[in-house]
Design a binder for this molecule. Sequence first.
Ligand SMILES: Nc1nc2c(ncn2[C@@H]2O[C@H](COP(=O)(O)OP(=O)(O)OP(=O)(O)O)[C@@H](O)[C@H]2O)c(=O)[nH]1
Ligand SMILES: [Mg+2]
Length: 444
Amino acid sequence: MFFNYFLQRIRDILKILSAHHPEIISFVSQILFMLEKEKIQFERTVIVGIITQKQDEEKLTEYLDELEFLTFTAGGEVVKRFFQKMERPNPKTFLGTGKMEEINLYVKEHSISTVIFDDELSPSQQKNITKILDCKVLDRTNLILDIFAQRAETSYARTQVELAQCQYLLPRLSGMWTHLERQKGGIGMRGPGETEIETDRRIVRDRIALLKDKIKVIDKQMSVQRGNRGAMVRVALVGYTNVGKSTLMNVISKSDVFVENKLFATLDTTVRKVVIKNLPFLLSDTVGFIRKLPTQLVDSFKSTLDEVREADLLLHVVDISHPDFEDHIESVNQTLLDIKSNDKPTIMVFNKIDAYKHLTIDEDDLITEKTRRHYTLDEWKDTWMSNVGPENALFISAVNKENFEAFRERVYEAVREIHITRFPYNKFLYPDYKDAVEKGDDAE
Ligand SMILES: Nc1nc2c(ncn2[C@@H]2O[C@H](COP(=O)(O)OP(=O)(O)OP(=O)(O)O)[C@@H](O)[C@H]2O)c(=O)[nH]1
Ligand SMILES: [Mg+2]
């Protein structure tokens, strides 16, 4: 009890420190990591991926890095990575028989409790692999669903996640690891698995119907709520998970949305009225996207994503300090396309410029070829400004408020443009940003 309180205080102090001194963020994250590690018993986990023609070793490393971060978020510690080169996954056991045996031996010798595959396993693959390995077998989808289950706080979010989990489990019921350590819980065991699932498909089908009804009722309420918000311009923060959407929401609206250096810190949507100069608009912060976001989640998070669907303007936040940020942009665009929100006016907000580092090539090195990893921040600015237009690519740091004034100005101008097309008679109320009057307090 006392230890928890003590831990929380240290965490608070470290967070305040890192907000004011961004240069110590990585050091602080390490300390936080160590403190968390002290407290939580991490599950010993092995992660698995494959190298194919479409996915070279470098890509796989990036994907496994992300899978490791997901595993950590779910409460697991990655002890080892396994991978195999193959043309396509084995339809029966995903990897080849020899490789599976190697993993099996490792699992036994190192008391591994969970094996996580980076790709989605088919129900029959999962069944076969579970027969070979004497531990929990999860795939990426299952892991993401588990994190959502762990993080869902409101009854609405919990219902949405449970529906997604039930839909994922239904075709897999017979081959599940339900016989294993069900009582122990942990990764992949949270949510509906702990109670109703067991082996009866009928129960799950009934449960799905019930959850769908429950969601329908809430959807209706949410839609009425959204309707009641009047005709104010609606802006939505979208982006990959952990890019700093909530941090940006907090600095722009002076609110206190939960921020954490883990994936999917935010599941529920927060909407705030923000006033820049004298111009009011609604800003929403919502769930982050990820590569291969499970389709079950996209479907059941319909109402949460409606916030994006009904927005007038999107602020697509990107973590430019992440080596794969271009892939992230593509994943986000894909999800926006899936939810039919890809043609909205969008401003690209490249965040975390304080943490951006690029590779360098020595002057006497004539062999290394220049890649995108060598781009300086200015080169990225040029690239993106010519890609999407100079007014639609902003480079900022939400933590130390670098370029924050330019960001506010651009958002003001974009909101104003939408506002005056909607209310032409209001035009005189909102002059150019520099002529507009600051209204004491920004947030209301
Ligand atoms: N260095 C640096 N770190 C930042 C910046 N903005 C946010 N962060 C950090 O990035 C991490 C994630 O921030 P969040 O605001 O929770 O990100 P999010 O996009 O809301 O994440 P999800 O809700 O998980 O999708 C936190 O540790 C922040 O402190 C920035 O400008 N620079
Ligand atoms: Mg967030």
